[in-house]
Design a binder for this molecule. Sequence first.
Ligand code: GLN
Length: 456
Amino acid sequence: LARASSQAALGCFLHVDESLALAAARAADERRAAGELGAMGGALLGVPLAHKDIFVTQDMPTTAGSKILANYQSPFDATVVARLKQAGTVSLGKLNCDEFAMGSANANSAFKPVLNPWDQERVPGGSSGGSAAAVAARLVPAVTGTDTGGSIRQPASFTGITGIKPTYGVCSRFGMIAFASSLDQAGPMARSAEDCALLLSAMSGFDERDATSIQQPPQDFHAQMLQAREGATAAQPLKGLRIGLPREFFPAALSADVAGAVRQGLAELEKLGATLVDVSLPRTELAIPVYYIIAPAEASSNLSRFDGVKFGHRAAQFDDLLDMYKKTRAEGFGPEVKRRIMIGSYVLSHGYYDAYYLQAQKLRRMIADDFQQAFQQCDLIAGPVAPTVAWKHGEGKDDPVKAYLADIFTLPGSLAGLPGMSVPVGLGEGGMPVGIQLLGNYFKEGQLLHAAHALQ
Ligand code: GLN
């Protein structure tokens, strides 16, 4: 807590509650004394963490990084928050993020930017930028994040930490403020794959309050991470693991520093016994237009609930109901959110639906099929997380499309609903961290964590 407030200039936290945290820590001590260890044999009991401010919390305000939710207090906890609470974790507060998780630099937070602790002139990535910077600055050992199109993996890469986005449906979306419901997934971010495995075990699992939650028994991802491969040796724990390198993930335009660090990581994986195989994901480039049609379409629908009636901000003066809606939304939403509502409303409107939205849905299926083709030849897929290291604040500010293009390597896995990780592998330009992206087939989180753990 002291570190969190001494490092306030980084902008990681939107809300810190010292008395709640101390009370939770005391309760954890009492539970330990009484032998009530909870999930993962007590590994999480008393562990401090913080939640991305996209998860609703009963005892703290929730803003989703937006002025439209300023002073909003939820009557309940998100399932992910409730489960981590049951496991005995101690929440220090709520973490800054891009408004409604729309962005790649945390520059779209309505409240303040987040500074990258490695170089404060640079962005921490986004949209879980506060989450990533808080772990990188050692303000807290673990955090929650959400990933719709890369928002766990890309900030993890930009700040040299480890993050995992599980298979779509593994973590409940109940109480996670919706951006694009068919893509949104929660996941942990921490200093290591091992910490991520412990957190993910506690926060995941079936939830009847989320209609897309997957009905599978509770998973022990930590045990899966430690599970030795058949034929593996101490020196070669990844023996026999086939890692596919999609040629589209290594284009000529990939910056040399990122390519170098990723190749270094791949060489390390080979030393650990993995074999590298060439694969192809031919529709990689199409993931950008497909995502930037589907995500805004869903967002425009999800955000219609913020009308000044039920949640947060309401314009102070208005003539009638319609005027109240208009003023509330004009005042409450930031420019990127408005842009996406307009794009989303456009692609869903009569006459354009077939040309854009329907086409995008068809291509989404083909992108998912491409992965299944690739997984015939390999167990995991590896590549960069982002084409560059973290950029400087203000760069690309006037060009949203430039930021969209930088999502190229994270969007395909999101559209397919696959699990993905970012694991630190080296340093690039300006001494900034670079992560390698590992993607697995559905429900192969254990295999992903196993490879990431071996690499660390
Ligand atoms: N950068 C992407 C976007 O702006 C992804 C964000 C996310 O995963 N929440 O939509």
